[in-house]
Design a protein around this ligand. Structure first.
Ligand code: PLP
Length: 360
């Protein structure tokens, strides 16, 4: 097999090696069925068992109550930017958005197509390098939407926004930190996440949504765009992304083997600490996110000199550290160290940063 390198990609991102090895076996034959995982009917017993285990593990890991539906959808997190307002927002009502990065801006833009929107806070004044302390909500929003981890800017909410108006429900784009720490589902009306950062391959989107909201949702969107269609048919109204669901199920098993969400949080805190501790004392590199807002998932940093940043990324690439170039809107570097990213890779990166700094 070709040597695997340290993959710091922001997404699709690194997956646990044991998961990939198991998937490799099952590509040819799922268990003893003689039919590969991608070749099984989604209505057949073997795949139905995979989907059922996936949902059961998801519920167990996050402690999802029975009055919430777990859906495996397509269209990425980006389709959720539209589906949320399509199902819940009406022209005369308002939805509030906490604007903490490019993804929240995109989500807000879609909501404008269906009703009124209110930006309850924004950190755009400082290029989204921090999470605002409070928010000024509108009078009676249908929902309050926030992005728990800002993948591009390397910031993350420490906990859910507080003080949201009564009757409004909380909607969260958790694409880049879902299941990276324990979560209190009861605080949310709806949580969505594209799988390709923390949960599996691209092509499947996890949606956790309160059933009463699903029932009350609008009936005007196209059938495929109503949550009720997928909730009523257990995500099998049409052919679901079977391979994605399978891989996600394996990742859920892996998370459980590694201490569940509490285990993930401990592991993620330890990994991020190694990197931030180094950046704190470095005289060459510095983190771009404000210290109280730093993400455990995406660590963004710069030297302050664009040419030197580029030289670093190039040298790192040659040494087997892939995907470290920062998003163009921040520049510099970004190390994405999601759940599956190995602690040894972070240690190796810090050593490489030290060596680079010493050689300057
Ligand atoms: C990656 C990402 C998205 C976009 O996800 P797609 O699945 O490509 O649509 C949205 N929100 C956040 C926070 C992300 O990290």
């Amino acid at each position: 097999m070709t040597r695997r390198i340290w993959n710091f990609s922001a997404g699709p991102a690194v997956l646990p090696e044991s998961v990939l090895e198991e998937a490799r076996e099952n590509l040819l034959s799922l268990g003893t069925t003689g039919i590969g995982i991608c070749e099984h009917s989604h209505r057949g017993k073997p795949f139905m068992a995979v989907a059922a285990e996936g949902e059961a593990l998801c519920r167990e890991l996050a402690g999802i109550p029975d009055d919430y539906a777990v859906l495996f959808l397509q269209g990425g997190a980006s389709l959720q930017f539209s589906m949320v307002p399509m199902n819940f927002l009406t022209p005369e009502r308002t939805a509030d958005y906490l604007v903490t990065g490019m993804w929240s801006e995109k989500a807000l833009k879609e909501a404008k197509l269906f009703g009124k929107v209110h930006s309850a806070c924004s950190s755009k004044d400082q290029n989204f390098s921090y999470i605002p302390e409070g928010a000024a909500y509108s009078d009676s929003p249908v929902y309050v939407h926030f992005t728990s981890n800002n993948t591009i800017f390397g910031t993350q909410f420490r906990s859910e926004p507080v003080g949201i108006p009564n009757d409004a429900f909380l909607v969260c784009d958790a694409s880049s930190d879902i299941f990276s720490r324990p979560i209190d589902i009861r605080k949310y009306g709806l949580i969505y996440a594209g799988a390709q950062k923390n949960l599996g391959p691209s092509g499947v989107t996890l949606v956790i949504v309160r059933k009463d909201l699903v029932e009350a949702g609008s009936k005007s969107p196209a059938t495929m765009l109503q949550y009720r269609t997928h909730a009523e048919n257990e995500s099998m109204y049409n052919t679901p992304p079977t391979f994605g669901i399978y891989l996600m199920m394996l990742v859920f098993r892996w998370i459980r083997q590694h201490g569940g969400l509490q285990g993930m949080e401990t592991r993620n805190q330890a990994k991020a600490k190694v990197l931030y501790d180094y950046l704190e004392q470095s005289s060459l590199f510095r983190a771009t996110a404000r210290s109280d807002s730093r993400s455990l998932m995406n660590v963004t940093f710069v030297t302050g000199d664009e040419e030197r940043d580029n030289a670093f990324v190039k040298k790192a690439e040659a040494a087997g550290f892939s995907g470290l170039k920062g998003h163009r809107s921040v520049g510099g570097m970004r190390a994405s160290i999601y759940n599956a990213f190995p602690p040894a890779g972070v240690e190796a990166l810090v050593q490489f940063l030290k060596d680079f700094e010493a050689a300057v």
